[in-house]
Design a binder for this molecule. Sequence first.
Ligand code: MLT
Length: 314
Amino acid sequence: MIESLSEVIRMIRVHVNDPLDEEAMELLRSKKELEVTSEHLEKDELIKIMPEIEVLVVRSATKVTADVIEAGKKLKIIARAGVGLDNIDLDKAKERGIKVLNTPGASAASVAELTIGMMFALSRHIVRGTMDLKEGKWTKKQLKGVELGGKTLGIIGLGRIGREVAKRALALGMKVIAYDPFVKEIDMDVKLVDLDEIFSNSDYITVHVPLIPETKHLINDEAFEKMKKGVFVLNCARGGIVDEEALLKALKDGKVAGAGMDVFETEPPTSDVEKELLSLPNVVATPHIGASTKEAQKRVGKEIVNRIFEELGI
Ligand code: MLT
């Protein structure tokens, strides 16, 4: 009897280690079964509280490494509010029987919009024009751009985000080709091709794949070699898919006309190569904000909290 009573009042400890949308936090706190804490703890501090945590909620800032998971003696769920799982040691989680949840589609439209925004920014020198004007320079003659309409966009990775990018590019009158080894047919006006064809036929190339050993430095010297002169390259997926050193070389020798980067091999970007990339006028860069819109964060927050409830059966 006493045992069942203590069972009734047992609280499930949930720790939210990266900021989550406020409505999602309210939803989480609305469950009487949950004791919710929310504070970004650096690794050493996080490890100290891990023995009491049953559900750990993170975005991309928290690295859920093997030792963090190991310290979670009661850990049942790692909930990633977002898409990429590269900040979580999935092998360790599997070995410990810990469920890993994420929200694969919730931020797709926002990432796609940023990708298209970068294509416009690069093609029409929007950032450079703004900076020149702010410095009092009228550089109209130097800023002749190109149209997106009629150009070929090569999409690597035709998952939820890649498809959203395709939809928007088609609406702009672009021709869209795509490579995805897992997609055999497609219900859009997109031609499925192999990787070499993406490299050799595209005016714009954008990657929308996870960072896994098979995709690390997928866009490397060899790939740049195969591309058209004057191609634009975009990475709003994960740092490390595009080899930054190879990209710098290709930008400097004029093979690549411009690059859009929302993600970096080190975040924040601090390496010499990254600093040089950021100093180039034909690089448009943002600080990993693909999913950072009000709408996406609302969807991500709501979806991850509901998935946690479902998993806990509450
Ligand atoms: C994601 O994987 O969901 C995005 O990169 C956004 C993020 O990590 O915040």
